[in-house]
Design a protein around this ligand. Structure first.
Ligand code: PMP
Length: 405
């Protein structure tokens, strides 16, 4: 498909909205991406035509719902190139997925073991592990950031050892947009006998991910960053590893046999999917992947890169503006501050112009501490944005500067 942004924008009904009398300019795509009409309609179709619980009923409607739910699992498997569909666990999103893994390792690790996290993480890839080490007393070490915001890989090489059992980090930082060298980190970790969990919440929307080629052990993403609905995502894990983990939640659907004396768990993937799942969300996630594949991730990557370069160059012309994590290998996220102005004040004025940006710590306080700042303004671009919108952003920032100075 040839990439035509004006045609693509017609698929997103929210872009017709006016905010404070102006056309919505949505630059908060890293928090949640917008949803195309095909995905929205897949949810209403489910409720209109085949709303039923899955995996249980012998009746036709339940079978249709089950088939659609399972076909989404297969779409995710294919899109991310997992070996087996049972390696794809449908979860409520990245946070849920990471909690499954951290909980699963609680009983497998002891105070003799070590785990390594990057200093560039979203809180959801920090806190579940802290909760784990409180129980098993494994040692948690951190890969520090270099001055420019990139990970200090030499430091990582110096702290990893045969004691290290898990290394976990994001593929792309939500606060800075920096793409981490995960291939190298996976290779070093495996050489030392450690498994790797990659938080793909911010990478999966921007470029192709091949799980088998990466040889990553665990990977997770959220549909709402990928043109899908909120409350649904997936956890990938290599089959032999997932089989060893205790499930986070017990309940219906995840069992093989239940007596008051002992319960045995169901096979993968059901072992980790207790209770009635987000059926319509899972189905819509499949439609979101269809939509992205129709446009093509290569087209998306190239166009977003063009927008990123244009926006970066335009922002750099503003006096007193400083970009954090301004490196060469980035997705389309720009985090910045303007001398003597509070990010919140800038964000509030931009909203008056219908421009949605995020301000604050972006759930990544350690990154802000690294740069000795309390927060940033974050502009996160996607393939639904245009250069014209970026020009309007620059105009609005200049007005905000005059108003606030
Ligand atoms: N990790 C990263 C890098 C993120 O950007 C986010 C969402 N901002 C999460 C984890 C958490 O994702 P969710 O809220 O969908 O669970």
């Amino acid at each position: 498909m040839t990439f035509n942004v004006e045609n693509i924008r017609k698929d997103f009904p929210i872009l017709e909205r006016k905010i404070n009398g102006k056309s919505l300019i949505y630059f908060d795509n890293a928090a949640t991406s917008q949803t195309p009409i095909s995905v929205i309609e897949s949810i209403s179709d489910y409720y209109k035509k085949y709303n039923a619980n899955i995996h249980r009923g012998v009746h036709s409607v339940s079978e249709e719902a089950t088939e659609a739910y399972e076909s989404s699992r297969k779409k995710i498997q294919k899109h991310f190139n997992a070996n087996f569909s049972e390696e794809i666990i449908l979860t409520s999103g990245t946070t849920h997925s990471i909690n499954i893994i951290a909980n699963g390792y609680t009983d497998l690790l002891t105070s003799d073991d070590e785990i390594i996290v990057s200093g560039m993480e979203h809180h959801s890839n920090i806190v579940p592990w802290q909760m784990m080490v409180e129980k098993n007393h494994a040692k948690l070490s951190v890969i520090p950031l270099k001055e420019n915001g990139e990970l200090d890989i030499d430091h990582f090489k110096s702290i990893i050892s045969e004691k290290t059992k898990i290394v976990f980090l994001n593929h792309v930082s939500n606060a800075l947009g920096i793409i981490n060298p995960i291939e190298e980190i996976i290779e070093i970790s495996h050489r030392n006998g450690a498994v790797v969990l990659i938080d793909g919440a911010q990478s999966s929307a921007h470029f192709t991910i091949d799980l088998q080629k990466l040889d990553v052990d665990y990977f997770t993403a959220s549909a709402h960053k990928l043109c899908g609905p909120t409350g649904i995502g997936f956890l990938y894990g290599k089959k032999n590893l997932l089989e060893k983990l205790t499930p986070l939640m017990g309940g219906g659907e995840m069992i093989s046999d239940v007596t008051f004396e002992k319960t045995t768990y169901a096979e993968l993937p059901h072992k980790f999917e207790a209770g009635t799942p987000n059926i319509s969300g899972a189905i819509a996630f499949g439609y979101a992947l269809d939509y992205i594949n129709k446009i093509g991730l290569d087209n998306i990557y190239n166009y977003e890169n063009e927008l990123l370069n244009y926006a970066t160059q335009s922002l750099k012309k503003i006096e007193g503006l400083k970009i954090y994590g301004d490196t060469n290998n980035k997705t389309s996220v720009i985090s910045f501050n303007i001398e003597n102005l509070h990010p919140y004040d800038i964000g509030s004025i931009l909203d008056k112009f219908g421009i949605a940006v995020r301000t604050g710590q972006h759930c990544a306080q350690p990154i802000m501490d690294h740069f000795l700042i309390s927060g940033t303004v974050r502009v996160s671009l996607s393939f639904i944005n245009t250069k014209k919108e970026i020009d309007k952003l620059i105009e609005a920032i200049n007005i905000a500067k005059t108003m606030l100075s």
